[in-house]
Ligand binder design. Sequence first.
Ligand code: ASP
Ligand code: MG
Length: 417
Amino acid sequence: MKIFKFGGASLKDADNILNVVNIIQNYANTKKLLVVVSAMGKTTNAIEAILKNYWGNENYEQNIVALEKYHFDVAHQLQQKNAFKEEDFEDLKRVFLELRLDLQHWQRHAHKEMVYDQIVSYGEIISSRLVFAVLKNKEVSIEWLDARKVIRTDATWREGRVDWEQTSRNIQYLRPILQEKTIITQGFIGRTAEGHTTTLGREGSDYTGAIFAAALSAESQTIWKDVAGVLNADPKQFEFATLFDKLSYEESASLTYYGASVIHPKTIAPLRQAGIPLLVKSFLQPQDVGTYIGEIPNQEDLRAVIVKEKQVWLAFRPTTWQYLREEEVAEILTTCSGLALKVNLICKGAFILNILTEDRPEKLALLANRFSFQQDKNCTLVTKMGMKDFGNLWDKSKGKVLLELKEPDFQQFVVQF
Ligand code: ASP
Ligand code: MG
């Protein structure tokens, strides 16, 4: 049994969806398969924009209409290719009606993070219903699963923590179904014990794939991307970028930690624990092998350059003339952890503590309620691994270097633009 995960880019238009369906069809005829999809194209961002207007008491209906049009246009194109039927439109209409009703229902609810999850999850519901319809029309023996029925999380909104035991138990009922049919479900979403929808963190669908893979002891998980696999740098920024044909779990986890966005960072641990390989392949060139990630020895000299953008450099200084104590550092870090604010680099001096975090203004505002600190925005963390013949590839003159860390084969710098 295999797990396939398709992200937003692979589902962004009718042609891409037909390509995805083709990949699924080629496989589903002969093997057991569970498919995880995320929202189509930039839908999650579009729903975030709906919420911004909704909370700002602006007209959000126009945003819904645009999102609806995008999905219906894709559906009409699929219909022209005999892949979408008149009755399938009813299903889509119903989901958009539910979205509107839910927005009305939660209007006066004060807990925005909670409402965020109830609404943003619609992106995945819509895409999975749409792709399900196409698969059904192509006569794939397919069943649609609401992932929230099985993925149990706590109530950490926007970053739901998975209850592995309960989730794994819930997933077992799928085993006999998978003997007969392919299952299609959503990435990124789960449900609390009280029945509220949660999300697992932006780009979290890869992680959902890993949860299903582990619970079902899958033979592998494949993440289908618009790139050839895991590269050692972003090809848009670095000409030398090349594909890794193999990586160990540890190497791939390090790369994602430093910011390689090709795989969601939470994906590797559950696969590693269950000993399930992860394949990262191109949905445009499905016959190519891509990158294999598994239980293999680390390479002698792993070389990569990883650029992590949208960071902020925080500077905490003691309020009185004294050294910054470890207790204060611990308190600051504990607060970051409580806010689920990701800390990517720490540097302590006599009278200063610098922390590089992701730029999440709402969380930083909460942090500022407790501590005073200075913020340098628009920062980027550049990590170079295995420096040997990489030369001087990051043009420092483009920005101001706030920190540089040098080890023989590992270098990091924080650059502000
Ligand atoms: N649709 C969600 C997002 O864009 C989850 C995902 O793509 O994995 O963050
Ligand atoms: Mg997405």
